[in-house]
Design a protein around this ligand. Structure first.
Ligand code: DUR
Ligand code: ZN
Length: 134
């Protein structure tokens, strides 16, 4: 279980990352994310939209891919934050990507008011797809 100071550190990092969100097509629905690696590093991301809507990328996957691109494949926590009435949950695609690198990850869903809720990956994606060679 993550302690409160660490949750607040990660929430602050995600909130800061959200500032860079590029979200002109969603009406400025800005999202920030932060992931914690097994060795204590923090990587962040924001959503990056595109005129071809399907080419847009969620904040969570930007943060996860930044960690993996830096050689960090073991993720222990993820925070996602947006200006929403309730804490924001990660979308299904991000859950599947999280399951790849963070099967035992704690997911902290937050909003900019400071509300947050913690869930495990088992709760968010109980049956992740796993590829097996036939
Ligand atoms: O968990 C989520 C859900 C949505 N978005 C982004 C994608 C898009 O830019 C905007 C609206 O879906 O929010 C995220 O970054 N993370
Ligand atoms: Zn997503």
């Amino acid at each position: 279980m993550l302690d409160k100071p660490l949750i607040h550190t990660l929430m602050a990092a995600a909130r800061q990352a959200r500032e860079a969100a590029y979200a002109p097509y969603s009406g400025d629905f800005r999202v920030g994310a932060a992931v914690l690696t097994g060795d204590g590093q923090v990587f962040t991301g924001c959503n990056v939209e595109n005129a071809s809507f399907g080419a847009s990328m969620c904040a969570e996957r930007v943060a996860i891919f930044a960690a993996v691109a830096a050689g960090q494949r073991q993720l222990t926590a993820l925070v996602v934050i947006a200006d929403t009435p309730q804490p924001i949950p990660p979308c299904g695609l991000c859950r599947q990507v999280l399951a790849e690198f963070a099967p035992a990850c704690q997911v902290i869903m937050a909003n900019t008011k400071g509300d947050y809720q913690v869930a495990t990956m088992e709760q968010l994606l109980p049956y992740p797809f796993e590829f097996r060679q036939p």
